[in-house]
Design a protein around this ligand. Sequence first.
Ligand SMILES: [Zn+2]
Length: 123
Amino acid sequence: MYELTVERRFSAAHHLRNYEGPCARLHGHNYRVEITVSGEVLDNRGMLVDFGPLKALCDEVLEDLDHRCLNELPVFATTNVTAENLAAHIFHQVASRLPEGLRMGSVRLWETDGSSVTYRERT
Ligand SMILES: [Zn+2]
């Protein structure tokens, strides 16, 4: 099995609900995302998937989040914009766009240099 990871970045604002502390106030992050996909079959070029199209596919998803206040997006109308929920959202959005033969591995979302969350589904 092959695992392939691309790293992308986006910037967005959010605030936490049901939370006591500075993060309850509106603030921003420069998020870093590591998106890992997997598969077994290489194409006739010896590639699982070309990095370029995979990055473009991920950017399509992240474009909807970039330079937004995430709390204002319909998907987070009732869901708290935590790193956990954001990682899961990105996971499912990328998964729904993957070409045949590729599986989602994980989404690791770095909220700050020292803090990240990894979301993957049980197999
Ligand atoms: Zn925050």
